[in-house]
Every structure is written in C-alpha cells, then in structure tokens.
Design a protein around this ligand. Sequence first.
Ligand code: FAD
Ligand code: DHB
Length: 408
Amino acid sequence: MRTLRTQVAVVGAGPAGLYLSHELRAHGVDSVVVERCSREHLERRVRAGLLEEGTVRLLRGSGLADRLDRQGLVHDGFQLRFDDTVQRISTTSLIGEPTYIYGQQEVVKDLLAARPPDDGSLHFDARDVQIAGITGDHPSVAFTADGEQVVVEADFIAGCDGHHGVSRASIPTASLVVHSRRYPFDWIGLLVGAAPFASELVYSVHARGFALASMRTPEVSRLYLQTDARDEQSDWPHERIWDELWQRLYVEEGRRTRGAVLEQVRVPLRATVAEPMQFGRLFLVGDAAHIFPPTAAKGLNVALEDASVLAHALIGWFRRGEAGPLEGYSAARLPAVWRAQDFSAWLTWLFHPAADATAFDHRRRTASLTRLAEAGSSAVAFADEYVGRSRRRPPARSYVHELDGMEA
Ligand code: FAD
Ligand code: DHB
C-alpha cells in the first residue's frame, strides 16, 4: 500500500475538479486529483458547449483561455424560432455580454495541458474509489491503480465526481436532502460532421416539439431534439430524427441535407440539488451537488463557479487561517444554484410542449415567446439569466424586506 499526503484531495477530473486543483496550485495549496476514467476518455467526452461570460472571465483570470480566445466562437445572440417566425435575441445589445461556444472537452484539454507534466498529483484509471474520515480532521481517499492500493491523506476532500460519483453517497442520508425533479422529456443529441445550421444557435419551438441547432466548430454541428421520456430508442430511427429536426427547425423541403452523425446520445431532462453542499471535511462541487436540465446550458458554468468559490475559501484557510468562507461555502452557493435551477426549469417548460398539450397551450406559449422576443425590460431580464450575469450580482433588496420595514 502507498500513502500520499496532500492538503486537498480532489475526487474527479472533470472541469470542476481540474479547475479547482489549478486554482489551488496557483495560490500555493497542494492537491491530489483522483479520476476513475482515462485521460483519453476525458479528452474525448463530448458534453457542454455554451460558456457564459463569467466562466470565460474565470478561465482568462487563471491564464487558461489562450486557445479559447483563439478558437472559441463568440455569439452576440441567438435565434428563436416559433410558428414560422424567426426572432433574434441579441444579449450583447441587451446587456453587453455575449456567450461563447467552446467544447467542454476543449476546456478539459486546456486544464490538463496547464498542469506540470507527471508530477504525481493526478491519478487516472482509479478503481474502487472510497472516501473515509470526513467527520474528523484527517479525511482520506483510497483507490486502486495498476493493482496497487493507494491512500491519499488530506485536510479536506473536494467531491467533484459528477452525478454518479462516490462523494455525495459518502454523506449520511440523515445529513443530506437531495431535491430532484424528472421532467417528462428527453433529448436526443447528435454530433454531426457538417457546417452549423446557422451562424448562431437556433432554439426552435414547434407544436411537434423543441429542437436546438448548436455547434462546436465551423465544421461540426450539435443538434438536439425533444423526445418523450417514455420513448424507446427503437422509436427513433435516424430517418425519423432527421425528419423531425427539419420540421421543427422550419427547414424548407429543398434545403433538407443531412450530415455524417459522429455521435448520438440520449439526455434525460432532470434536476437535482443536494443540500447542504458540504458535510464535515467534504465539499460537493459541480454535478456532484447539482444537475440541471440542459435547456439553459447551466451545468458547466455553475460547476466552475462552485469550484472558484471553494478554491478561494480553501486558499483563505491555508494561507490566512480563515474558517468563515469554508464554513459558509454551501450557504454562499445554494442561492446561485437555485437561481440557475429556476431559470432552467422555466425555460424547459416554455420550450417543450407536453405530450398532451392542447391548442390553448400552444397559443399561450406563442404569446410567451412573442413577449420574450420584444425589446424591453422582460428581454433584458431574460438575457441577464441566459448569460448568467444575474448570478454575479449581489442579491437585490427584496420588496418583502421593505414591506416588513414599513409595517414596523
Ligand atoms: P463531470 O464533468 O461529470 O466530471 C466528473 C468527473 O468525475 C468525471 O471525469 C468522472 O469520470 C469522475 N468520476 C465519477 N465517479 C468517480 C469516482 N467514483 N471516482 C473518481 N472519479 C469519478 N453545461 C453548460 O454549462 N453548458 C452547456 O452547453 C451544457 N450542455 C450540456 C449538454 C449535454 C448533452 C449534457 C449531458 C450536459 C451539458 N451541460 C452543459 C452540463 C455539463 O456537461 C456538466 O454540468 C459538467 O460536466 C459538470 O462538470 P463536473 O466537473 O462537475 O462533472
Ligand atoms: C448547447 C446545449 C444547450 O443546452 C444550450 O442551451 C446551448 C448549447 C450545446 O451543447 O451546444
């Protein structure tokens, strides 16, 4: 058995774990990262694509955005299609912030490339990962690699191991509440070797269902299609997927071309929030603590925000002996998590017609979408949530407070 000693043991080398470890090292705090998969798998895994301005600023501030600034696509806005109309919502005009298209696996590659090579602080292909001692002062992470048992002893553990990891499951059920919601929809996601459908993202709401035409690069498209959560895979042969995409994106008959499908995934639309996001010396970060339906593209953005807040709380502890920010990590993060959860839920219901939707529902949805596309305060509020600026502002004084004050 081999024993390693570090200040922070990080479980999971997704974007959250790698970014946390990067920030800690930049401020002189030592960490060891333990990852279940191989490096090749992480660098190939296609997931998120839309980055908010706040995320790009975090990456720039950490010296991680050189390639993103060269190769990422900057989008001033997006298209909203419904009822044969095309509206354009420009977040840059509305609130001065664009969004960015840059694949999650590219963020992961940049984070991996920024690490010192082979310094022994990153362990891939870890088997049987287990967390122990989180209620005491000496927590540890044990795993097996190449047949050898390894124990990482640390002062703190950051659980960055996604929705199916061991971290959340290591917290006694009596000390954790997991709030969940399964939406009655799934998405089929296609990665297609063809030029993007349009120069910006197209969110399309059709009576037949929702479709989203996104992209990864000028040569690769990412297409999503709403399906019913009860559907079987066999209900969706390629022919039907393409036909629905064309109809829902309002593509004219003569312009219906396919591209080579490089990958196909099924994405269940669901949400969870684990409260609190910490227990003893274990902190939950990113998807380990919360997942969002993909509609509003919040998961990666909120995960990196968590990682940044936790990194600075840990740096405060190790460098200046501050306990407050660490003790307050969960309380600091949950309002932002719920805000993103609320926007994601609202957009999910707005964009996805239910299987039993009536003509009344459809007309009411049209009224909502029309209002959304009208310039004015509701468009500004929408843009604020879509680009995540609302989560970067201190909470506004609430009216409830003011009423209390008046009554007193
Ligand atoms: P993960 O990326 O899940 O990383 C967790 C890591 O932990 C993984 O590498 C995993 O292998 C490892 N791990 C798991 N179990 C263990 C274990 N027991 N021991 C050790 N390691 C373990 N978000 C956005 O912000 N914008 C988008 O446009 C967007 N689009 C999306 C589209 C799709 C189709 C999907 C599925 C998601 C999308 N998301 C989007 C969400 C985003 O991909 C996730 O929120 C993001 O991956 C969270 O990062 P993470 O580091 O917290 O978790
Ligand atoms: C992507 C996913 C989303 O959910 C979204 O709203 C925008 C883009 C994407 O994967 O490209």
